[in-house]
Write a new protein. Structure first.
Length: 530
């Protein structure tokens, strides 16, 4: 065997001990000397329970304040156990869900008992990381004294601003959530990201026999990677091609909504409510930092997890190009082609990889225009335009507090359609107003004009253009005249010069009656003997 072959084998061997996508770059020697080669990379999976913040709700749900006795489901009439928050040996605070247990001693968080039945015993546990993470293995929650009969796992991907259900758990899914019970085994490649209700982790089997509630990640990975996760390449390929698959495993916060404790049977024994409560000894969250395939390390910096970004990216999740490296717009690294993927590095502005054409990160493509002999950016994004995407499109104006390579560099003018001459604005966002309109967006009227899908001169007001003859001015738009008057300012009597007086209004009718009466009187007068 030649030395070269031996070296190659050794290298292969080394490479295979490294997990896939573990290296962001390596120094490679070529004819022109050593150069860096870059690869898509991601941090190792870690136990994220070490970094999570726990909050339990409602306040006062943790037992021991005041001290309280409790029993167990197996031994319901031996109620010698006690929870006392003021005694370290008898206290069960939330941090016991994430501690490292030593000497086989199980430590757990515990709630108050179901004293106030029939009110439901509800508790929320919110887990926060302030970092986007991706699950890499099953989530495990260990319940002492029995698993809840009804529970929901929620997740947030935006630091707790919005939440969505992740999985439902119940001993009777139809009854609790009106959902058909499913198992992860029932899922296939097309509906793998479906949110299911499972009965597998809620049935009563004795509190000692089965303590675990899982959110199954392995089982879902196995749909693509095979039962023993041997074909991870298949999974990674799907991650790139299947919409929503990566996001399904991504989260910044998790929440357990405990909706009904273990009952140990079918019914709640109201005469012994001291045996119903929740107790959790451990929550395992195997996950990796989401760094968009631009970092192989994720470290605790100032108390927060941070991707150590490579490829000239930056940000908590390496979700931006570094300043000065925005010749192309930012892209996440790609798992494809396997095994090394594509790094999609950010290129230095003006570098050859940016084709010598600065587009300030608003375009990935340049094109040479032959007859002008210039290179110009193609399809500028983010509402920019121009040879270098350095201007704002018509109808947009430059955001003075943003750099030229900022995605929010162009702000929509937002001119009011009715009040403006057109939809363009000047460099500070002022639109060009039609007569009578005013304001940066031309959505108000100057004095003497009223707004009604545009500005129109006042018809009436309380000063100069008074409605006459008892008419009232309606929103500067028209005089509401008494029935016997008309005209813009009610200045004209309807009976003027005997015209227009025979319309059907009741008052006109009485005028007609009056006329008739006069006529009759006249007639009577002529008929009566003199
Ligand atoms: C748990 O969280 C849900 C969703 O935010 C909320 O509606 C519910 O009131 C919370 N329950 C408790 C006991 O705090
Ligand atoms: C989240 O982490 C960032 C640093 O990555 C920090 O600046 C910010 O204050 C943290 N936010 C909260 C709510 O803890
Ligand atoms: C997923 O699809 C399969 C086959 O179409 C179906 O049998 C299964 O019930 C679906 N699972 C869910 C949770 O809808
Ligand atoms: C990032 O920028 C530095 C400084 O210009 C350069 O040396 C390095 O090769 C760049 N890295 C990548 C991945 O482009
Ligand atoms: C202007 O740019 C700054 C800096 O990027 C950004 O924070 C702000 O939201 C932008 N303003 C608007 C109106 O988009
Ligand atoms: C835009 O128009 C407003 C109002 O007419 C004016 O105050 C402002 O100076 C103008 N800005 C520019 C950049 O011309
Ligand atoms: Ca513990």
């Amino acid at each position: 065997m030649s030395l070269q072959v031996a070296l190659l084998l050794l290298l292969r061997c080394l490479a295979s001990t490294l997990a896939q996508y573990e290296l962001c770059k390596s120094l490679v020697s070529t004819d022109e000397g050593s150069v860096w080669e870059h690869y898509a990379c991601q941090p190792k999976a870690a136990s994220m329970k070490d970094y999570m913040r726990i909050k339990v709700d409602p306040p006062g749900i943790t037992c021991g304040n005041p001290p309280e006795r409790f029993c167990t489901l197996e031994n319901p009439y031996l109620c010698s156990d006690e929870c006392d928050a003021s005694n370290p040996d008898l206290a069960h605070p939330p941090q016991l869900m994430q501690d490292r247990e030593r000497n086989g001693l199980i430590t757990y968080w515990q709630t108050v008992t179901w004293r106030s039945h029939p009110e439901p015993l509800l508790a929320n546990i919110t887990l926060s990381w302030n970092k986007s993470l991706e699950l890499t293995d099953d989530l495990h929650i260990t319940f002492e004294y029995g698993r809840p009969t009804i529970m929901v796992l929620d997740k947030s991907m935006d630091h707790g601003r919005s939440w969505q259900p992740y999985q439902y758990y119940a001993d009777d899914c139809l009854d609790a959530f009106n959902m058909q019970p499913k198992r992860v085994l029932d899922l296939n490649p097309t509906n793998i990201t479906r949110v299911i209700c499972t009965e597998q982790f809620s049935r009563w089997v004795g509190s000692k026999n089965e303590k675990n509630v899982k959110f199954e990640v392995r089982g879902r990975f196995a749909v693509f990677a095979g039962l023993r996760l041997q074909q991870m390449d298949n999974l990674y390929t799907r991650m790139e091609s299947m919409k929503g698959l990566r996001d399904f495993f991504t989260f910044t916060n998790l929440r357990l909504r405990l909706l009904r404790p273990a009952l140990g049977g079918t019914y709640v024994q109201r005469d012994n409510l001291l045996k119903y409560f929740y107790a959790i000894s451990n929550i395992d969250v195997p996950a990796r930092c989401k760094c968009n395939l631009h970092a192989s390390q994720c470290l605790l910096v100032d108390g927060y997890l941070q991707c150590q970004c490579e490829h000239n990216t930056t940000g908590q999740d390496c979700q931006r190009c570094k300043k000065g490296f925005k010749a192309k717009s930012w892209k996440a690294g790609s798992y494809l082609p396997t095994p090394n993927g594509t790094p999609n590095t950010c290129a230095i502005a003006g570098s050859p990889s940016g084709s010598n054409c600065e587009c300030y990160g608003h375009s990935n493509r340049c094109s040479y225009i032959d007859y002008l002999n210039i290179v110009t950016c193609v399809s500028c994004k983010h509402n920019t335009r121009g040879q270098n995407c350095q201007h704002c499109r018509l109808g947009y104006y430059r955001n003075a507090s943003a750099e030229l390579d900022d995605e929010s560099v162009c702000i929509e003018c937002n001119c009011n359609q009715m009040g403006s001459v057109h939809d363009r604005c000047n460099g500070t966002g002022f639109c060009q107003c039609k007569e009578g309109a005013i304001g940066a967006k031309c959505d108000e009227c100057v004095a003497g004009y009223y707004w009604k899908q545009g500005c129109y001169p006042d018809v009436c007001d309380e000063e100069m253009l008074l409605c006459q003859n008892g008419g009232t001015c309606y929103q500067n738009q028209k005089c509401i005249c008494p029935p016997e008057f008309k005209g813009v300012l009610c200045q004209q009597s309807r009976c003027e010069a005997g015209k227009d007086c025979n319309s059907a209004s009741s008052l006109h009718l009485s005028t007609a009656l009056l006329l008739l009466c006069t006529l009759l009187t006249h007639l009577l007068a002529t008929l009566s003997p003199h």
